[in-house]
Design a protein around this ligand. Structure first.
Ligand code: ATP
Ligand code: MG
Length: 399
């Protein structure tokens, strides 16, 4: 009996087979099925070339034709379908110089990184396991397919992927693989930063991140990573009982809080992060610093937006050893008289009417900020008359 998620994808294998091709589920989805972990997405490998796949299915998105990958849309789901292939040499440690499409799955499995990722499953649930991946899953071991030094020499990102999988799965890294990681790590410097960041974000989010960190330090791979390579001692701020940080913004806030001399913009530049990540890292840092100064007072709660509650509690736990609950934060937030500035009983236009002699300017924003503070701390009721009287009073004080 196939699991539901595989059942939904099965018609794709059946259609390919009906056209005379071979097709299998492959990689992470098979691994996670055997581990009884939640399955993220289903990847398919086939003897059909991308052109053939495009001709067979009505809805196909050509995402990486030259590497043999297309996305097939089926019943509102997306499936990555990749043609069986071998890879040429990686002269730049980035991507293979050329890929060659082939007819049998054996060589396709051979080009994959780790034995636990080199498993394929047919539409009946039968598994192809050429490199003892099942046994490594049972023994919880990460081991390269074939010679470690060769495989890391072809693509040094695999070294980071080994760390990522140890962090996600809590597996040990097999000895020869470990030695090869140490020997080949300098080639990581030549890999595109975006690929590294993508894997390292998953590394820090791993359920068993403390196991991953242990390997990161033991292999000294951190000494070739952006930022860390200039200050390897930075790794020492990670505690022994490290817990997962679910976004790279949290990771940046975590390190920046402990080493403020490395500015956030340097992190985001060196790790090529999005503006969204940068913004979030800055907001989280401000949240933590405000909390450290004031505890959970009204202003801290007011500024802390609900979408950052979880990240904030994780960081406060790791950095300040305070256990806060999201339920408690939510309760405190609901107690506030207003949740945002648009709920304030007075607005900018009201202020211009109240003080007709004053020209529009920054004073409007400043007074609104004062009103906001007075309302959330309970000094003034959020009623037009109360806020108005209070503002007239402080304006007199200023003038
Ligand atoms: P996840 O569930 O986190 O997506 P995954 O194993 O599916 O894990 P992907 O990055 O989606 O990881 O890659 C899909 C498959 O492609 C892998 O299982 C592996 O077989 C192969 N693969 C991916 N990257 C590499 C690589 N750099 N070298 C060799 N094989 C790779
Ligand atoms: Mg995947």
């Amino acid at each position: 009996m196939l699991k539901e998620i595989f059942k939904q994808a099965k018609p794709i294998l059946e259609t390919l087979e009906a056209e005379g091709h071979k097709a299998y589920f492959v990689g992470g989805c098979v691994r996670d099925l055997l581990l009884e972990r939640p399955i993220k997405d289903i990847d398919i490998t086939t003897s059909a070339t991308p052109d053939m796949v495009q001709a067979i299915f009505p809805s196909v998105i050509p995402v990486g034709i030259e590497h043999g990958t297309v996305i097939v849309r089926h019943e509102k789901e997306s499936y990555e379908v990749t043609t069986f292939r071998t890879e040429g040499s990686y002269s730049d440690s980035r991507r293979p110089d050329h890929v060659e499409f082939i007819h049998n799955i054996e060589k396709d499995l051979e080009r994959r990184d780790f034995t636990i990722n080199a498993l394929a499953m047919d539409k009946t649930g039968r598994i192809t396991d050429l490199f003892s991946g099942k046994s490594d899953l049972e023994q919880q071991i990460i081991r390269t397919v074939g010679n470690g030094k060769e495989r890391f020499g072809e693509d040094a990102l695999r070294i980071i992927r080994a760390l990522r999988f140890s962090s996600q799965l809590g597996f040990q890294i097999e000895e020869e693989t470990f030695t090869a990681m140490v020997a080949c790590k300098s080639a990581i410097r030549d890999i595109s930063v975006e690929r590294i960041t993508n894997e390292m974000e998953r590394f820090f989010a791993g359920k068993h991140v403390s196991i991953g960190v242990n390997y990161l330090v033991k292999t000294a791979v951190h000494t070739v990573l952006p930022i860390f390579k200039d200050d390897p001692s930075l790794i020492g701020v990670i505690p022994h009982n490290m817990r997962p940080l679910l976004s790279f913004a949290e990771v940046i806030a975590f390190f920046h809080y402990q080493k403020p001399e490395i500015p956030i913009h340097e992190w985001t530049k060196e790790w090529k992060c999005s503006n969204r990540t940068k913004r979030l890292a800055i907001q989280l840092t401000e949240d933590i610093e405000r909390y450290k100064r004031n505890g959970l007072n009204e202003t801290v709660i007011y500024q802390l937006k609900e979408e950052r509650f979880r990240a904030f509690t994780r960081l406060v736990d790791l950095l300040l050893h305070d256990k806060l609950s999201v339920t408690e934060l939510r309760r405190l937030k609901q107690k506030l008289p207003i949740q945002s500035r648009d709920e304030l009983a007075i607005n900018g236009n009201d202020l211009l009417t109240l003080f007709p002699d004053k020209k529009p300017g920054v004073w409007v924003k400043h007074l609104l900020g004062e009103a906001e503070k007075a309302v959330i701390t309970g000094k003034v009721n959020n009623q037009y008359r109360d806020v108005k009287e209070w503002l007239e009073w402080i304006q007199r004080e200023i003038d």
